[in-house]
Design a protein around this ligand. Structure first.
Ligand code: GCV
Length: 724
């Protein structure tokens, strides 16, 4: 009977349950919402009611508890776990050495293919009974397998005759945090850094665990904790204790920790007079420092280094080169199986050559000279994470050196965490590009996964968009970029459409009336941002420093290649950067037949036209329009696409949590305002050169060019702090 007292208790429990739930967005794609379709729910319940979960380890315990939580939430049923397999169990989970010999035999061939991190999910007929088996060679494979099974269930996939054998195609699947020790994040738009250095090592924030869980669920197995514009303090004993605490949290989730190594650390924290990589004392200092780290963190991943780039110190300060610097660190790491990830993002104010050519010119001659445990991390394009760039010409051009892909997940040049842009579409475009370095079909994906040129170690890094915002990424939809990066790092051949669909189903709703239009919206969102910011191959016309909003007029910065005018070259004759043999000849860095294709404006893909060519305003585009009209119409198309996104989102109310729907709705309104700002500011500015009217269909600007030029944003987020 309900009396006043237990009514109070019931109310309390109800309110507690409400608040015990994570706030909307916090659960990312691990929502495990209830499966309401009775037939599907019944099938899944039958499979997961009695589970033989073999073995014991921290990693396996995580897998088991994930399965427990997820099935409870999705099916409203608590599975019973057993530590030994009997024929009445509906599911068996265990590494190969723990499986029943008869099962093991059936799966041997598959097990041989999947390496240390792969898994098998297979419906196996054994002793006249079907059992769902999840197996792997190592515990981490079991964890990945469990996450995949749960993702399939969330998407209501048919598991009846499942035979899934999967393993990652890339070894190091890594997030790069550009997080500073004061918890500011360079190019971070989702709050402060997750790492509470001040409270570590004693205080383990629940967020560290939830972060590791999210990463493991998509196969991310490495994180670099600190900004590449590095602070040497991270290598001091006080900070290393804190790093160890994080590494201990991440280890059972299969995640290795890397640190950024400031090249001048031997001077700054080691008391040496020099950081010359060939100096014996410097070598010993790094070797000792590395030993010290491995004593604390036996599975430490290694160092990520930005050297002689944008003011960071490096071997060139001592008349040495990148090989000298990287190999010196590689020697220190080699005894511990650690890696050096050396960044190729270099360009110099002392080099008058086109910035787009400099990394290739510097690094390609070093091919074959790096030690085996060095990977050269190369941004997807030769300039800097623009809304669209042709692939970096280094891909495929260093057959003896593993190139690690660097994508940016944080949206430095894509509207910060305000604009909805689904980045897997961008990543896919790069990965699918044919480098022709080893003949037709030499795609960037094949370079990165080592299958084209036989690299022994491979990697893909994403500069994260993660901060301490409740929803992790600032924009609710930007979670899909973290998710999509992880999926592509696991398998660079996945299609962005499939990733979009998966993520939408996992995160929001399985209803096709939601998934179909939203998938279209996500896929279109990338082209929209290109159109309203940088159409037809325009690039780097962002306002200075913070890169928020348009600044094509900026021309007075100390280094020529920091000025937008350097990139668009607009004048009365036309617009664009001539990178053909009549200009900087950057096209020579691409293999044939691509080089010739790019050299000719008639065969150069129009999306890269002004990247490679300076063309007159009345140049005729493929659609018969003049270049000026074409540019103007593209800007307008971008705005129209955002308008379409706004109206599609309006119809999504029934499928999305109210608070999140409102958030995205408000953000889309800002995006629309800013898309118009980009269109009007750029067209008014370029019009001063073209001296032509806006074509029909393009809305008239409501402000003057002077107004747009006068806008200043001294506190735009994500700017590099003064100390580094
Ligand atoms: C971490 C660009 C960004 C910088 C970043 C740099 C890099 O220049 O604007 O903030 O520095 O790339 O990738 O090293």
């Amino acid at each position: 009977m309900i009396n006043r007292n237990n009514l109070f208790v019931l109310c309390f429990l109800y309110v507690f349950a409400l608040f015990a739930q994570a706030p909307p967005g916090y659960d990312l794609w691990l929502t495990y919402s209830k499966i309401v379709e009775p037939d599907i729910s019944k099938k899944y319940s039958d499979i997961s009611t009695s589970i033989a979960f073999l073995g014991n380890s921290k990693t396996l315990n995580i897998a088991q508890s994930e399965l427990h939580t997820a099935t409870e939430k999705m099916l409203g049923q608590t599975p019973t776990f057993f530590k030994a397999f009997e024929s009445n169990h509906s599911m068996v989970i265990g590494t190969k050495n723990l499986l029943d010999p008869s099962l093991n035999k059936v799966l041997t061939k598959d097990l041989e293919q999947i390496g240390n991190e792969g898994f098998i999910i297979k419906s196996v007929l054994s002793q006249k009974k079907t059992t769902l088996v999840i197996t792997a060679n190592e515990d981490i494979g079991i964890l990945y397998g469990v996450y995949r099974l749960l993702a399939l269930m969330q998407q209501r996939k048919n598991l009846d005759n499942i035979a899934l054998v999967d393993s990652p195609k890339i070894d190091i699947r890594m997030l790069n945090h550009w997080d500073n020790l004061d918890r500011s994040v360079e190019r971070g738009y989702a709050g402060f850094s997750l790492w509470k250095w001040h409270k570590l090592p004693e205080f383990i924030d629940q967020r560290y665990i939830d972060y590791a869980r999210a990463n493991a669920s998509i196969g991310i197995n490495a994180v670099s904790l600190t900004n590449v514009n590095a602070n040497a303090l991270i290598l001091t004993p006080m900070y290393l204790e804190k790093v160890k605490a994080l590494a201990d949290v991440f280890r059972p989730y299969g995640i290795k920790v890397y640190l950024t190594a400031r090249f001048s650390a031997p001077i700054e924290i080691g008391g040496l007079q020099t950081a010359d990589p060939l100096n014996e004392k410097v070598k010993v200092w790094w070797a000792d420092k590395t030993d010290e780290i491995y004593k604390l963190i036996p599975d430490f991943g290694g160092f990520l280094v930005k050297a002689n780039s944008e003011g960071q110190p490096g071997p060139q300060n001592y008349e040495r080169n990148h090989v000298d610097g990287a190999n010196m660190l590689a020697e220190a790491l080699q005894p511990h199986n650690g890696n050096v990830i050396w960044r190729a993002f270099v360009y110099s104010e002392h080099d008058a050559d086109d910035r787009a050519k400099q990394a290739y010119s510097e690094f390609v001659p070093y091919d074959g000279k790096f030690m085996d445990n060095v990977l050269v991390q190369t941004k997807n394009g030769a300039i800097d994470f623009q809304p669209r760039e042709p692939f970096h010409p280094m891909f495929g051009a260093t057959p003896k050196t593993p190139l690690m892909m660097e994508f940016q997940i944080t949206q430095e040049y894509l509207g910060f965490s305000t604009h909805l842009v689904f980045l897997p579409k961008l990543y896919e475009e790069v990965l699918d590009s044919d480098t022709y370095q080893e003949g037709d079909g030499s795609t960037v994906a094949k370079v990165i996964d080592g299958s084209l040129q036989g690299q022994k170690i491979t990697g893909m890094a994403g500069v994260t968009n993660i901060g301490n915002d409740i929803n992790w990424t600032g924009h609710p939809i930007a979670q899909g970029n973290w998710y999509g990066f992880g999926r592509l790092a696991w398998d660079p051949y996945l299609s962005s459409e499939n990733i979009a669909e998966e993520w939408l189903r996992l995160t929001f709703s399985n209803d096709d009336a939601f998934v179909k239009p939203m998938k279209e919206l996500l896929i279109m969102s990338r082209e929209a941002v290109v159109n309203y910011m940088n159409p037809l191959g325009l690039h780097h016309i962002f306002d200075t420093g913070h890169h928020y909003g348009p600044g094509p007029w900026v021309s007075e910065l100390s280094r020529p290649e920091w000025n937008p005018v350097y990139y668009h070259n607009a004048d009365e004759n036309g617009i664009g950067f001539d990178r053909t043999p009549t200009g900087s000849n950057a096209t020579e860095q691409y293999a044939e037949p691509l080089r010739s294709q790019l050299n000719d404006p008639q065969t150069c893909p129009e999306e890269y036209l002004l990247w490679f060519h300076h063309l007159p305003w009345d140049y005729k585009l493929k659609n018969g329009k003049t270049l000026w009209n074409g540019i103007a119409l593209k800007y307008q198309e971008g705005v129209n696409q955002v308008e379409k996104m706004v109206s599609t989102w309006e119809t999504m109310k029934p499928y999305v949590n109210k608070a999140q729907h409102k958030e995205v709705q408000m953000l889309l309104q800002i995006q629309l305002k800013e898309a118009k700002w980009w269109r009007d500011a750029c067209l008014l500015y370029f019009q001063t050169f073209s001296k032509k009217e806006l074509p029909e269909g393009v809305e008239k600007p409501t402000q003057t060019l002077e107004y747009f030029k006068s806008l200043k944003f001294p506190f735009a987020p994500g700017i590099r702090p003064r100390w580094n």
